[in-house]
Ligand binder design. Sequence first.
Ligand code: AMP
Length: 172
Amino acid sequence: MTDLLKDHIRDIPDFPKVGILFKDISPLLKNPQALKQSIQQLAQPFLNKNITAVAGIEARGFIFGSLVALELGVGFVPLRKSGKLPYKVKSVAYELEYGSACLEIHGDALTKNDVVLVIDDILATGGTAKASCELIELLGAQIKACAFLIELDQLNGKEKLSNYQTHSLLHY
Ligand code: AMP
């Protein structure tokens, strides 16, 4: 099971900067069996857990997040990079493995009645996912968990997310 997914993830050394080993998920997206399996495994622990929305982090979190939302039968909320959302937004700034950034959510995307599953492709340092959780909590919604296709164990992203349940399919 894990092998099918791992066989479709490609390592690209020194992208986008020297020293970064980029995990390229393009082969997994192109393979229908691997894509389906990854979505089912991401969603499985959260079936019948009263999730009301899936929030996906730009950009690869949009792909996995929307498909997981369909699998769970709930709607999808995009968490976008600065300046992309057209309506009123809430923003949180954060540090990346390579650089810094700002994430935004529409102010009316979630309410205090929402129970949210946060999805991204990779948990690296955890800064992006933590900022995402903070954004969602700014709107009063509750985080059920954060789920990732890949977790880079050495970067200890899980420590930054110690207040939240996490679920990662593959560990490197
Ligand atoms: P972080 O905030 O450090 O956990 O970084 C997570 C975000 O950066 C995710 O949205 C990933 O898509 C991307 N990312 C971080 N490290 C890598 C990597 N080694 N390969 C591919 N994407 C990465």
